[in-house]
Design a protein around this ligand. Structure first.
Ligand SMILES: Nc1ncnc2c1ncn2[C@@H]1O[C@H](COP(=O)(O)OP(=O)(O)O)[C@@H](O)[C@H]1O
Ligand SMILES: [Mg+2]
Length: 363
């Protein structure tokens, strides 16, 4: 244990060995409703992984975290943490801590007392509590705030205290339930990076919950997308974004360009926007990524071209988004701004689509 604490203070390397893997096998949980909150969920999370549960409100993310923490019993299925069955193991006997969205700090205690509370309850000697609290506060960037009242802290500082309070217990697994969603955008982006660095440094297994697909993409090693209590897809950020398993995942990842496929043959597909040559796989819809749609001179580098009218233009600094009318279908194209003149609303442009940068989906 001492080596581990030392590691937390220094580099965190030694912690990699103590992170736990998680196996969730056919876990089902219902709350007296027709639809199960969790419907036969199976997941393998690797030791030391930054794993994210992503999905809309009500899809079962919090319920799954509560099952892992032992706060909720599954109706059926099993959970293993670090290769050990969690059946009958109460929350305080699991090497798991949770950071909640609401900080739930003790308002009348200072930062040091908030961080040390759990250790105090376990009867850890005062000198050790002081040492561990100091180390973890430095790691989470609140080393100078230990004597402050939590009432005096900003939202971001409070969330760091909540994080420090969970980490000071040295769990093998940290569960984080939308810990950043109450923060404003700038601070949130900053803490996303910090949290990811911290996880790397500690080598701890993080199971992170969010409904924000961009947050999931920047932070995670892998993402499980949940849809109404079921796992829709488990993949890397690039995998879920570029090759979503179905229309639900594609929409949730922010995609808008879905083109129905009418017919396919050996060399290509007939679609609602015309004939496209290439290998487009076997789904019912073509998904075109906005950054894979080329306009005018860029379009000439790819084989499949057609004309469209610009109906909307959104300048976003690094890129410009164009909404394009292509017959009955509307497409969103995203073009990097490299100093070239943009396209005006009402202009007719040549659009190019290649089979790379597309994915096919079944609905
Ligand atoms: N204690 C509970 N009692 C009744 N229904 C619940 C309870 N907890 C969660 N649910 C229901 O289970 C489903 C999943 O909820 P939850 O896991 O909180 O979703 P998420 O965290 O993804 O928003 C929702 O339909 C929710 O209303
Ligand atoms: Mg929730």
């Amino acid at each position: 244990m001492h080596g581990r604490r030392e590691a937390m203070r220094m580099t965190g390397h030694a912690l990699a060995r103590t992170a736990s893997s998680i196996r969730i096998e056919a876990v089902t949980k219902s709350f007296e409703r027709e639809v199960a909150a969790l419907d036969s969920v199976t997941l393998d999370i690797e030791a030391g992984e930054f794993f994210t549960l992503l999905g809309p409100s009500g899809c079962g993310k919090t319920t799954l975290l509560r099952v892992l923490a032992g706060l909720e019993q599954p109706d059926s299925g099993r959970v293993e943490i670090g290769g050990r069955s969690m059946a009958g193991v109460p929350p305080h006997r699991r090497s798991v801590n949770t950071v909640f969205q609401s900080y739930a700090l003790f308002p009348h205690r200072n930062v040091r007392q908030n961080i040390g509370f759990g250790l105090e309850m376990q009867g850890v000697p005062g000198a050790e509590i002081a040492e561990r609290s100091q180390a973890i506060a430095e790691l989470t960037g609140i080393g100078t705030l230990l004597d402050r009242d939590v009432a005096q802290l900003s939202g971001g500082q409070r969330q760091r205290v909540a994080l420090a309070r969970a980490l000071v217990n040295e769990p093998d697994v940290l569960l984080l339930d939308e810990p950043l969603s109450a923060l404003d955008a700038g601070l949130r982006a900053h803490l996303q990076l910090e949290l990811k660095r911290l996880q790397r440094r500690l080598g701890m297994t993080f199971v992170f919950v969010t409904h924000d697909q961009e947050e999931a993409m920047v932070m995670s090693d892998r993402i499980a997308v949940l849809n109404a209590g079921r796992i829709a897809q488990v993949d890397t950020p690039q995998g879920v974004y570029e090759a979503p398993a179905d229309l639900f995942v594609a929409r949730f990842m922010g995609h808008e360009n879905f083109v129905p496929i009418r017919q396919r043959d050996a060399t290509g597909v007939d679609t609602a926007i015309g004939r496209l040559d290439g290998d487009f796989g076997g789904g019912t819809h073509l998904l075109l990524r906005p950054e894979a749609i080329r306009l005018d001179s860029d379009a000439r580098e790819v084989p499949n071209r057609f004309m469209a009218r610009v109906s909307e233009r959104l300048y976003r600094g690094g890129m410009t988004e164009y909404r394009l009318d292509c017959g009955d279908i509307q497409l969103m194209a995203s073009c990097a701004n490299r100093g070239q003149p943009g396209h005006e609303v009402g202009e007719t442009v040549e659009v190019g689509v290649s089979d790379r940068g597309t994915a096919t989906l079944a609905d």
